[in-house]
Design a protein around this ligand. Structure first.
Ligand code: EA1
Length: 214
């Protein structure tokens, strides 16, 4: 049985398993782009493979842009995102969300640089997990994404957290306290954002592939 005292131990535990061998550098495909913003909403309560189908449909109709979705025909949009489930709710909320981004930030680049967690949490259909996914993977900010995979993995190690924020703080603290040691694992200058991206990705891949901890 592995002894995990903090998220640095978790990092070391996952680091040697080569979980991201076939993944992009920041794990999430299309990292840092508008597509990731849509993906973060579409992936709510559904499998990633379903999200990929919806994104493919949107690409085929050349709709992967903030301005285009803000003005999209709602019926067509709903139809295109059907594979990822909750289609009526997600299409309405995503279209509104894009309109709000334009209203408050003008364009996606300003949104990436200026958006706050508070702004995101005020939006209909965005909870803490989606907010952090957007901040971390679409806006390249230093926010760790907590999801059910992280909760389930840490439960295997004997941890239970009372809230989303508790687990997020636990994950961020052990990394921030051991940054020197962590960066030495990499042969390039890795940013804190990328460390968060990759550790979250490793947690997801580890759990998705049904690995066990011993
Ligand atoms: N799973 C494999 C995922 C991925 N990229 N690659 C995923 N799940 C949620 N995701 C978001 C992004």
């Amino acid at each position: 049985m592995n002894n995990i005292n903090d998220s640095y131990d978790l990092f070391v535990f996952l680091k040697n398993k080569n979980l991201l061998e076939n993944s992009p550098e920041f794990w999430w495909p299309s990292y840092g782009t508008f597509e990731t913003f849509i993906g973060a909403i579409l992936t709510q309560n559904t499998k990633w493979t379903n999200v990929e189908k919806s994104l493919e449909n949107l690409h085929k109709h050349d709709l992967v842009s903030l301005e285009k979705i803000a003005n999209v025909d709602l019926l067509l949009f709903t139809q295109l995102i059907t594979p990822s489930g909750f289609k009526n709710q997600k299409s309405k909320r995503l279209k509104q969300l894009c309109q709000n981004v334009i209203e408050d930030f003008d364009n996606f680049e300003s949104f990436q640089n200026e958006v706050s967690r508070e702004w995101l949490l005020e939006q209909k259909g965005i909870g803490p997990e989606s907010a952090d996914a957007i901040l971390c993977y679409a806006c390249k900010q230093e926010e760790f994404v907590v999801d059910s995979y992280a909760n389930r993995l840490l439960k295997k190690f004997g941890y239970e957290f009372e809230s989303y924020e508790d687990l997020k703080s636990w994950l961020e603290f052990g990394i921030n306290e051991n940054l020197d040691k962590i960066t030495r694992f990499y042969e390039f200058d890795i940013s804190l954002n990328q460390i968060y991206c990759r550790l979250h990705g490793k947690i997801v891949e580890f759990m998705k592939n049904k690995h066990d901890i011993d």
